[in-house]
Design a protein around this ligand. Sequence first.
Ligand SMILES: C[S@@+](CC[C@H](N)C(=O)[O-])C[C@H]1O[C@@H](n2cnc3c(N)ncnc32)[C@H](O)[C@@H]1O
Length: 164
Amino acid sequence: MTRKIRQSAPERLRHEVSWTEEVPVTSLEFIQSFQLPKTVRIIDIGGGNSKLVDFLLDEGFEDVTMLDISGTALDRARLRLGDRAAKVKWVEQDITAFQPETSFDLWHDRAAFHFLTTGDQITAYLSIARDGVKAGDMRLLARSPISGLIGAAACRLSATTNGC
Ligand SMILES: C[S@@+](CC[C@H](N)C(=O)[O-])C[C@H]1O[C@@H](n2cnc3c(N)ncnc32)[C@H](O)[C@@H]1O
């Protein structure tokens, strides 16, 4: 038993950090409250470590894009989803350099925005988000789990190389 815990703990700690939600209840409840058609375009910014994508697919959403600066985080999600990963568009990219080819009906960001710490980054993000969401139909969810801020600060150091 002790051996098992010792073996699994580091694995868990590597990617299940203080902000990790087993079920992203708050985001899901917001999204469900909009009663959107299943064909809407949804993008999750910095969603590589989140299980939101699993639940969006469960709900039947057909056009989901996951953007994260960390290829490692995206790989982990792809691995977890298995065959279902093919239903998702994957974008490994710094959000501040993102040039969307389409506009989205729903823009979701939980705990990625606060990684942007300079005025230029924040201005770029807001401009990209404004252009990336369908005019007159803006549904932008930005959440920041306060308890995760310390973890996020530490994670920022490694985000560009090996994810959080
Ligand atoms: C605190 S985690 C939040 C993960 C997930 N949204 C959740 O709710 O559990 C922040 C995520 O944002 C990503 N990230 C950080 N800076 C980014 C940037 N400039 N562009 C895109 N993704 C970024 C990190 O790689 C990480 O996956």
